[in-house]
Design a protein around this ligand. Structure first.
Ligand code: UD1
Length: 440
């Protein structure tokens, strides 16, 4: 078992390059199935979720290789469209492959742990979207199967702008004979990135990034070279680290436009921000100021994935801040872990009230999910003394060697291999579960 050890209360200083976005890499890999050809993904982060996606492609018969940050994917050899229980366990969000596999290979089956949940959360919108395009969906025990048959496109009206359902709908529509429209589509930058990748390969997608997307079906796609957009959540995590510890950092390879709802929060915290050409400099001279109210929402509102890291920075703020989570239920579990560092947070419903403390102290804490993991790392960076963070496999799903990046900024952080496999216990410890985490 590994854990991360951090000696905190050190100001950060230096520059860091932001790696490619996890939430782009995963749908792009699902999209590579539509090509039936080779594609090159540049700036593809080395994350366990990306590896899991690559393993799915490999086990279906495709080929994936990595050289540095470039992933070469060849899906010509895919001869199966069944994502088994074993594969599903590697990446629970492999539902994203359902649209592309059935579009390209006529049908696809995905194992769903706990049985099929057609009509119920959390994949009801994916099912609805695929059916609206003309696909037929059936459920056989724990397998959900999707058949293309005579699907010819259609109009998908999403009651909620789900990122995954929008991506699945795009992937399922690209190779159909007819034209399709997605109404109330998610507008996240990762959707635009997926559309750009597919359009470069020959697709005809317009409107990505707006709430109405039109897809004119094409017969086939071809090889493509694509650079993945920078990870806006990694950028928000690094800025939260600087706000929490003080100091300054230059973030390179970052798109300020993708952070339009996040940057004003750091401004309100009293950080100084300087926007350059694909870079942001953040300076934090003192304890952060409290932020009146943050409410998470669909893009371009404040991203749910940045909620936990920003909350960690606010634990040392002067005053009281409020954060309301509207996208996922039960995504405030990190508050209990942050309290181990001495943070004062009260939660009522989906709102956390953070009463800033001048100092946090070292603690042993665990990662309850990916972004919760980032929040405890930030708490440890700002706390006095040496902290240990457990269950760090969650962090490795979304941050490439987080200890290296933070060390480059002067933090005292190291990954330790612990043979004894110590685990800290909490009353409601659910190691390995992801409920309420959209990134599971
Ligand atoms: C994606 C991101 C995740 C981010 C989330 C919201 C990836 C790999 N993950 O997750 O990091 O936190 O967007 O920005 O890109 N829902 C349903 N039925 C469905 C689908 C979703 O009820 O069929 C609900 C979910 O339970 C959740 C909300 O809709 O409450 C948002 O989900 P969605 O936008 O689909 O997020 P993901 O695509 O899963």
């Amino acid at each position: 078992m590994q854990y991360i050890e951090i000696t905190g209360a050190k100001k950060l200083s230096g520059s860091i390059r932001i790696h490619g976005a996890k939430n782009s890499a995963l749908p792009l890999l699902a999209g590579s199935v539509l090509l039936g050809d080779e594609c090159f993904l540049y700036d593809c982060p080395q994350l366990s979720d990306v590896t899991a996606c690559a393993e799915i492609i490999t086990q279906l018969g495709g080929k994936v290789s990595r050289e540095g940050s470039t992933l070469t994917v060849n899906t010509a050899g895919i001869n199966s469209a069944e994502i088994s229980e074993e594969l599903m366990n590697k990446m629970r969000s492999s539902i994203i492959f359902l649209g592309s596999l059935s579009a390209k290979h006529g049908s696809a089956c995905v194992y769903l742990p706990g049985g099929c949940q057609i009509g119920a959360r959390p994949i009801d919108l994916h099912i609805m979207a695929l059916r609206a395009l003309g696909y037929s969906i059936t459920c056989d025990g724990n397998n959900i199967c999707c058949r293309r048959a005579s699907a010819s496109g259609g109009t998908v009206r999403l009651p909620f702008a789900s990122v995954g359902a929008t991506e699945n709908a795009i992937l399922a529509a690209v190779l159909l004979d007819g034209t399709s429209t997605i109404i109330n589509a998610a507008r996240e930058p990762e959707i635009e990135d997926l559309a750009e990748f597919l359009n470069t390969a020959g697709a005809k997608i317009s409107g990505a990034g707006s709430s109405i997307i039109e897809i004119e079906g094409v017969r086939s796609l071809s090889s493509v070279h694509h650079r993945i957009i920078p990870d806006r959540i990694l950028a928000a995590t690094i800025m939260s680290s600087v706000a929490a510890t003080g100091g300054e950092a230059v973030l390179k390879n970052v798109r300020a436009l993708h952070l339009s709802s996040v940057l004003p929060v750091f401004d309100e915290m009293g950080c100084k921000l300087f926007l350059g050409n694909n870079e942001i400099k953040i300076i934090s001279n003192s304890r952060p100021r409290a932020v009146r109210s943050i409410v998470t929402g669909v893009y371009p509102s404040f991203p749910t994935d940045a909620q936990a890291p920003v909350m960690a920075a606010l634990c040392r703020s002067k005053g009281t801040s409020r954060i309301t989570e509207t996208i996922f239920e039960n995504r405030l579990r990190h508050t209990e872990e942050l309290e181990r560092f001495g943070a004062d947070i009260s939660v009522i419903g989906n709102t956390a009230t953070i009463h800033g403390k001048p100092k946090l102290h070292a603690a042993e804490a665990r990662c309850t999910d990916l972004r919760a993991g980032a929040s405890v790392v930030i708490a440890a960076l700002s706390a006095e003394g040496t902290s240990r963070i457990y269950d760090i496999s969650h962090i490795d799903r979304g941050y490439e060697k987080i200890e290296d990046g933070l060390s480059m900024l002067g933090a005292s952080v190291r990954r330790v291999n612990d043979e004894k496999g110590k685990q800290i216990k909490t009353e409601n410890a659910q190691t390995g579960t992801h409920s309420g985490d959209g990134e599971s």
